[in-house]
Design a protein around this ligand. Structure first.
Ligand code: DGL
Length: 283
C-alpha cells in the first residue's frame, strides 16, 4: 500500500516498448498542463509472447519504478499488461489510481460498431486470456467478437517498418480470414487494435480492409477515462503553464528515439531518453 499523491505530481505511463507512445500522444492532447513520465521496458520487449507470470512481474517492476519516482497515477499503456496484471497493479499501488487500456478499447469498439461484430487484433497473451471478449461483452452483451494474435506486427513496429509490401503481406495473412465475407458468423464491421503498437499500421490496414470497416484503438478513450479519473479524485493539475514529458527506457536510447518518433508523432532526441534498470530495488 502507498499514499495518495499531490495533484502537482506527474502521471506515470508504461509499455513494453514504444507502442504506448500512441497512448501518450492522446494523453498529451487531452491534458496539456500535466507532467508525464513514460517508461518503455525495451530491454524485455515483447511482453506479448511471455507467460502471465512473467508479464505480471515485469509490469509490477515497471510500475514500481514509476511509483517510486512519485507519480500520482499510473496508466498501463500496454494491452498485454492491462489484460494480465491490472488487478495486481491496482492492489499493489492503491490508493494511486491505475488505468489500463483494455476497458477503454472495448468502449471505443462498442461505440464504433453498428452490427455488433467486432474483430480484435492483439498479442498472443492478450488473445489467450480473452480479456477483450469479456470487456466488449460487458459493454455490449450481444456482441460477436473474434480475435487474432498478430505478434509479427509488434516486431515490425519496433523495427520502424510501418508500411510497404512486407507489412501489407503480413496484414493480409492475419486479417483475410477474420474479414472473410463468407464467415458463418458474418464479416465484422469494426477492427479494434488491441495492442498499442498497432495504430501506426492504420493506413495499411485501411487499404487492406477497405472503407467499410471502422478501425479503432484505445488511445482517445483512455485519455477520456484519465480526464474523468483525475476530476473524480481531485488530482487534476491546476497549475498554470504547460506540462511536459520525461522519457525512460530500459535499453537502447538511440533506437527508442528513432523508432519512438513514429508513435509519438514528434521527433525525439536520444539525449531525451534516460536509461533505467528495473531489476534494482527502487524506493
Ligand atoms: N504494446 C503492447 C500491447 O499493447 C505489447 C507489445 C509486446 O510487448 O508484445 O499489448
Amino acid at each position: 500500500m502507498s499514499e495518495r499523491r499531490a495533484a502537482s505530481a506527474p502521471i506515470g505511463v508504461f509499455d513494453s516498448g514504444v507502442g504506448g507512445l500512441t497512448v501518450l500522444a492522446a494523453l498529451l492532447r487531452a491534458l496539456p498542463a500535466e507532467q508525464f513520465v513514460y517508461l518503455g521496458d525495451t530491454a524485455r520487449l515483447p511482453y506479448g509472447t511471455r507467460s502471465a507470470g512473467s508479464i505480471r512481474r515485469y509490469a509490477l517492476q515497471a510500475a514500481g519504478l514509476l511509483h517510486g519516482s512519485g507519480v500520482k497515477c499510473l496508466v498501463v499503456a500496454c494491452n498485454t499488461a492491462s489484460a494480465v496484471a491490472l488487478d495486481a497493479l491496482a492492489h499493489e499501488f492503491a490508493p494511486v489510481p491505475v488505468l489500463g487500456v483494455v476497458e477503454p478499447g472495448a468502449v471505443a469498439a462498442c461505440r464504433a460498431t453498428r452490427s455488433g461484430r467486432i474483430a480484435v487484433i492483439a498479442t498472443e497473451s492478450t488473445v489467450r486470456g480473452g480479456a477483450y471478449e469479456a470487456a466488449i461483452r460487458f459493454e455490449r452483451p450481444q456482441a460477436r467478437v473474434s480475435a487474432q494474435a498478430c505478434p509479427l506486427f509488434v516486431a515490425l513496429a519496433e523495427e520502424g517498418w510501418i508500411e510497404g509490401p512486407v507489412v501489407e503481406a503480413v496484414a493480409h495473412r492475419y486479417l483475410d480470414g477474420l474479414f472473410d465475407a463468407a464467415r458463418a458468423d458474418g464479416r465484422p464491421d469494426t477492427l479494434l487494435l488491441g495492442c498499442t503498437h498497432f495504430p501506426v499500421f492504420a493506413p495499411v490496414l485501411r487499404r487492406v480492409l477497405g472503407a467499410d470497416v471502422a478501425i479503432v484503438d484505445s488511445a482517445a478513450t483512455t485519455a477520456e477515462a484519465l480526464v474523468r479519473i483525475l476530476a473524480e479524485t481531485g488530482l487534476r493539475r491546476v497549475a498554470a503553464g504547460t506540462g511536459g514529458v520525461r522519457l525512460l527506457a530500459t535499453d537502447g536510447a538511440e533506437r527508442f528515439a528513432r523508432v519512438g518518433a513514429n508513435f509519438l508523432a514528434r521527433p525525439i532526441l536520444a539525449t531525451e531518453v534516460e536509461i533505467v534498470d528495473l531489476t534494482k530495488p527502487h524506493a
